[in-house]
Write a protein that binds this ligand. Structure first.
Ligand code: ATP
Length: 269
C-alpha cells in the first residue's frame, strides 16, 4: 500500500510576453492508496498543471511528488492517464488498444489475452474486442480508454475531464462505471472535472481550487461516492444533503468567477 504525497508544489510559467503565471502556489496533500479525489475549480486554477506534474509530464518549479518513498520525476507505469478523448490508437482494434501497454512491457501473449478478456468484461465491452475504434460511440471509446489504462495495472489513475465530451445520459452511466472500477480495483484515482455534480458524486475527497495563484481553497470529505455504489445515482444526487453541498460549492465557484471577471475588467480585458 503506498501513499501519494504532494509536498509544497509550486509552478510558475514565464510567458513569451514577459508575464509570469503562478499556476500553482504551495500545494500540499496526501492521498492514501484507494482514495478517490475529485478536483474542481474555475478555468486557469491549475488543475491540469497539477495533474501533469503528478503524471511526470511537467517538473514543478519547486516541491516534489512522492509515490510511497519514490520521488516522481518522470512518467511511469505506476501512473495511468485517461484523457477527455482522442488518446486511443485509431488504427488498432479495441483489444489491441487494451493489449498495447502489457505488450510493450513484454508480458506473455497468453497472459495478455486473459487480461484483455477480463478488462473487456469489466468495462462492458465483451463483444467489441475486434471492433475498430471509429466504430464505437464516445462512451464506448472512454470505456476502452479506462480498460487500456487498467491493463498496465497502475497504482494511481489520473483522469483529466474523462467524461467531459459525453452526452448527459452516457456520462451518468460512466460515472457509475468509474465508481465500480474504483471499488473493484482499489486504485487511487484523481479526477479533474468541470461539473460540480460529478465532482460531488465521484469524489470521496474533493478539492475546490482557486486561481491566481492556483491553490487548494477548500477540501471536502464526502459520502456520496460510497452511497453511489449501492444506491440509485439519481436518488443520491437528488438527496437534500447532495443538493445543499452542490449549492455551497457552486456559490463558492461563482464567487471566484466574479472576482476574476472584476479583475479582468480592472485591467481592461
Ligand atoms: N505551458 C504554459 N505556459 C504558460 N502558461 C501556462 C502553461 N500551462 C498553463 N499555463 C497557465 O497556468 C494557469 C493554469 O493552467 P491550467 O491549464 O493548469 O488550468 P486549469 O485549471 O486546468 O484550466 P482549465 O479548466 O481551463 O483546463 C493558466 O493561467 C494557464 O494559462
Amino acid at each position: 500500500m503506498s501513499e501519494l504525497n504532494a509536498n509544497h508544489i509550486s509552478m510558475t510559467f514565464d510567458e513569451p510576453n514577459g508575464n509570469r503565471v503562478e499556476a500553482l502556489q504551495d500545494v500540499s496533500f496526501n492521498l492514501k492508496q484507494g482514495e478517490l479525489l475529485a478536483i474542481l475549480g474555475p478555468s486557469g486554477c491549475g488543475k491540469s498543471t497539477l495533474l501533469n506534474i503528478i503524471a511526470g509530464f511537467l517538473a514543478p518549479t519547486s516541491g516534489a511528488v512522492l509515490n510511497g518513498n519514490t520521488k516522481l520525476t518522470h512518467s511511469g507505469p505506476d501512473r495511468g492517464m485517461v484523457f477527455q478523448q482522442g488518446a486511443l490508437f485509431e488504427w488498432m482494434s479495441v483489444a489491441e488498444n487494451i493489449a498495447f501497454g502489457p505488450k510493450m512491457a513484454g508480458v506473455a501473449s497468453e497472459k495478455i489475452r486473459h487480461t484483455v478478456d477480463d478488462l473487456l468484461e469489466t468495462v462492458g465491452l465483451q463483444d467489441f474486442g475486434d471492433k475498430a475504434i471509429y466504430e464505437l460511440s464516445g462512451g464506448m471509446q472512454q470505456r476502452v480508454a479506462l480498460a487500456r489504462c487498467l491493463a498496465n495495472n497502475p497504482d494511481i489513475i489520473l483522469m483529466d475531464e474523462p467524461l467531459g465530451a459525453l452526452d448527459a445520459l452516457t456520462r451518468e452511466k460512466m460515472q457509475s462505471l468509474v465508481l465500480k472500477l474504483w471499488k473493484e480495483t482499489g486504485k487511487t484515482i484523481i479526477l479533474i472535472t468541470h461539473s460540480v455534480e460529478e465532482a460531488l458524486f465521484l469524489g470521496e475527497r474533493l478539492f475546490v481550487m482557486a486561481p491566481r495563484p492556483g491553490r487548494i481553497k477548500q477540501e471536502y470529505y464526502l459520502p456520496f461516492a460510497e452511497e453511489g455504489l449501492t444506491k440509485d445515482p439519481r436518488d443520491v444526487k437528488t438527496s437534500a444533503e447532495f443538493i445543499a453541498k452542490r449549492e455551497e460549492v457552486l456559490s463558492m465557484i461563482w464567487g471566484m468567477e466574479e472576482e476574476i471577471m472584476g479583475n479582468n475588467q480592472a485591467v481592461g480585458l
